[in-house]
Design a binder for this molecule. Structure first.
Ligand code: AMO
Length: 427
């Protein structure tokens, strides 16, 4: 018989039965006559009890927190046990005896990040990682249901997508390579054969500052869609975010509530999301007393102030050309503005950026020259406009920012197992 999962036992399905479990010691409490071992596996925790006359008493005595064990016993109801069920131990074997575990209560965030490889075992971190896995599954489900094809973009690239300031460079033979900041340009190449495409892949940003919303390596959900416009794009993004919120609450309500998440906020995420233009956003900010002028980029404080007004995700669109990337398509009747839209949420600000891509070869070349980019770096990208160009839109959404907002986490670092930031590369 394969071992039972603790989740199965806690559900009451195995009451009165003999079970074998395996896992790690989560807590231990002992008196003269009884030892209580709380065992954890990937699915939950259960109390296991043995009395002094048990032949495995000496093993239980020497067992330490986080030791790995095999345990057999009978499931019985006991209202003193957390959850009302426990296992009366019949057999206990230590697989790996743990040394004194360095993590105890009330340790600093900094220390917990130094021992991240061990802290990942905590209930908090393992719950977040399970919800993260579900979020990624629902992202996939959504795109597949919408007829998008998943593609695998390169991580090494030879020219910037999002500007030189945050580009990681590396030398290979006699070549200068970079780590990708966004798969967008390569995804665009794939629409001409596969049409609707998406990927979930790492992006790298050599961020110079330490904030609660920046990593130097993050997971990026990106999509490109031909024969589509800005309305289609914002519709797609809001459908995705609301689908992921609803499904995650449906599947992970217990876990989320265990983390103290306000799930009603997520249930309330319904389409359509409010949309304001950049110009309206600037007017709102000025009326709130911000010293900002039309044409300036919105910073974290401005984004947070705007997001607080809406209380849920919303879009800002139609940005000044000078603050957006070279590939953004201009409004033909107002070339100072580009067809670009950011999605913002409370507390975090921007969680996605998207827009219409410049599909006219001459206009694209004009922008590349205007920004003094090296034309030869973008030959292949410009080529896409030479052979059957088509209007198209796309976006990029940061998995960690989305999750951080969904789970009310204070710092983006807790959304990913091994965060990489300006100061942290270890463990
Ligand atoms: P942008 O640079 O705005 O746009 O990135 C898109 C989304 O990626 C997330 N993000 C980050 N998450 C964590 N740490 C970071 N350092 C970080 N930087 C960005 C954010 C952001 O909204 N190609 C364009 C998008 C497009 O138009 O398709 C791009 O990459 O959630």
């Amino acid at each position: 018989m394969p071992p039972s999962s603790i989740e199965d036992i806690v559900s009451g399905r195995c009451e009165g039965e003999s079970v074998d479990i395996r896992g790690w010691i989560y807590r231990k409490r002992e008196s003269k006559e009884v030892i209580f071992l709380v065992i954890r596996d990937a699915t939950g925790i259960i109390q296991c009890t043995m009395t002094r006359k048990n032949p495995f008493w000496d093993i239980a005595k020497k067992i330490t927190i986080e030791s790995s064990v095999l345990l057999s016993g009978t499931v019985r109801r006991d209202k003193r046990a957390p959850g009302g069920l426990e296992i009366a131990v019949e057999k206990l074997e230590i697989v790996g005896l743990a040394e004194t575990f360095p993590i105890t209560r009330d340790q600093s965030e900094e220390f917990l990040r130094d021992v991240r490889h061990l802290w990942l075992r905590s209930r908090k971190m393992s719950t977040i990682m399970k919800v993260r896995s579900e979020v990624l599954r629902f992202v996939d489900d959504f795109f597949r249901e919408e007829g998008f094809v998943e593609v695998s973009p390169p991580m090494f690239i030879s020219s910037a997508c999002e500007g030189g300031a945050t580009l990681f460079g590396l030398k290979y033979l006699d070549k200068q390579l970079y780590l990708t900041q966004s798969a967008q340009l390569h995804l665009e190449a794939l629409i001409y054969s596969l049409e609707k495409v998406y990927c979930v892949a790492p992006s790298f940003r050599a961020e110079k500052s330490r904030t609660i919303r920046h990593l130097i390596e993050y997971w990026h959900v990106e999509a490109e869609w031909p024969f589509a416009d800005m309305d289609d794009l914002m519709g797609l993004e809001e459908d995705l975010v609301s689908y992921v919120c609803q499904k995650t609450v449906e599947n992970c309500k217990k876990e989320m509530e265990g983390l103290g998440v306000n799930v009603s906020k997520l249930i309330a995420v319904k389409t359509p999301f409010p949309r304001v233009t950049y110009t309206e956003a600037i007017e709102r900010l000025i009326s709130k007393g911000f010293k900002i002028e039309w044409g300036e980029d919105l910073g974290f404080d401005e984004e947070k102030a705007l997001a607080a007004d809406f209380g849920n995700p919303f879009f800002i669109y139609a940005y000044p050309r000078q603050i957006k990337a070279f590939y953004c398509k201009t409004y033909r009747d107002d070339p100072d503005l580009v067809m670009s839209a950011d999605m913002l949420v409370p507390r975090i600000g921007e969680i996605s950026t998207g827009g219409a891509r410049e599909d006219d070869r001459d206009e694209l070349l004009k922008r590349i020259r205007e920004l003094s980019l090296r034309e030869e770096d973008y030959d292949w990208y410009v080529d896409l406009r030479r052979y059957g160009t088509v209007p198209h839109v796309g976006f990029g959404l940061g998995v960690e920012r989305l999750l951080g907002w969904m789970l009310d986490l204070e710092n983006i670092m807790d959304t990913i197992p091994f965060p990489r930031t300006i100061r942290r590369f270890y463990p």
